[in-house]
Write a protein that binds this ligand. Structure first.
Ligand SMILES: Nc1ncnc2[nH]cnc12
Ligand SMILES: [Zn+2]
Length: 331
């Protein structure tokens, strides 16, 4: 196998809902879509910023109604992830987005989890599930959902923080993260995607975040860059997402090469691949086409993803060995 083996650490399962599956699930659930056909739906995929994407992302997930719907979406991602070279995936889901539509916590969590439970045997992809909270909804709601996840022993390894960033700083979610920590859950948070570098600092200092999703705006704060490099804080960067949501103008303007040059612990992820033009392999291919990354640089990005994952040490060592085998096979 000539594909770069990687871990995907920044992936919203609802963002893997491909247009074809949206139509299939709408049909299955007798839901009338506001689009005549695939072309009309695809014509909506022009974004001006994060919010313009989120509006469509939340609207499209209305086709997810049953456990089977969540399982089918997840299985489709895992099949595609395996083809992309992904060997381990830490998958976020947005329970509040489903609860708000009247879909129960059990339906969405069990549906996703049932597909994940078969992933290693079926696709060779080990997985973990992360419940992400919507920062543009009240923290009290997040606390309530977290309590229910803990009480029902939902199979999650940790929590995240996503949705509209600007105006919703990490400081509002201290209690949520403290409760997650007390429950033994891992903690990650989106920060520095559209929001300022200070949100990254808050996520680290106030939430105890162990990984930062995106984090690209750290480059505007020299002291923060030095801290992130010294502490090797994982930054799960999503280049095609940043282009499509216009946080960078073009891929050639992306800060990833500069981040690597500063010694930051960056890895490449797809975020919402059904919306942003590709899965991890496409992100890597386009980066390589744009920046001419060498096999050594690609292996470093892959090794960063595996070192930053919530893996057992045995699995981590096995996957790092796969990266090294890939690197030495590149000549
Ligand atoms: N890129 C992103 N940023 C914030 N919230 C999200 N939810 C899904 N994708 C997201
Ligand atoms: Zn994201």
């Amino acid at each position: 196998m000539n594909q770069l083996p990687v871990a995907e650490l920044h992936l919203h399962i609802e963002g893997t809902l491909e247009p074809e599956l949206i139509f299939e699930l709408a049909d299955r659930n007798s839901i009338a879509l506001p689009y005549e056909d695939l072309d009309e739906l695809r014509a909506q995929y022009e974004f001006t910023d994060l919010q313009s994407f989120l509006d469509l992302y939340y609207r499209n997930m209305d086709v997810l109604r049953t456990e089977a719907d969540f399982a089918d979406m997840t299985k489709a991602y895992l099949r595609r992830a395996a083809a992309a070279g992904i060997r381990h995936a830490e998958i976020m889901m947005d329970p509040q987005a489903h609860l708000a539509r009247g879909v129960s916590l059990g339906t969405c969590v069990n549906g996703v989890a049932s597909a994940l439970a078969e992933s290693e045997a079926e696709f060779g992809v080990s997985t973990e599930l992360i419940a992400a909270f919507l920062r543009d909804r009240p923290a009290e709601e997040a606390l309530d959902v977290l309590d229910r996840l803990i009480a029902t022993e939902a199979p999650i390894i940790g929590i995240g923080l996503d949705s509209a960033e600007v105006g919703h700083p990490p400081s509002g979610f201290v209690q949520v993260y403290e409760r997650a920590r007390a429950a033994g859950l891992r903690r990650i948070a989106h920060a520095g995607e559209e929001g300022p570098p200070s949100y990254i600092t808050e996520a680290l200092d106030l939430l105890g975040a162990e990984r930062i999703d995106h984090g690209i705006r750290c480059m505007e704060d020299e002291q923060l860059v030095q801290r992130l490099a010294a502490d090797q804080v994982p930054l799960t960067v999503c280049p095609l997402s940043n282009v499509r949501l216009r946080t960078v103008d073009t891929l050639a303007d992306h800060p990833l090469p500069a981040m690597l040059a500063r010694g930051l612990n960056v890895c490449v992820n797809s975020d919402d691949p059904a919306y942003f033009g590709g899965y991890v392999d496409t992100n890597v291919d386009q980066l390589t086409g744009t920046f001419g990354f060498t096999p050594d640089e690609l292996a470093r990005l892959a090794a960063n993803s595996i070192r930053s994952a919530f893996l057992t040490e045995d699995r981590r060592a096995a996957l790092l060995a796969e990266v090294e085998a890939w690197r030495s096979g590149q000549g």
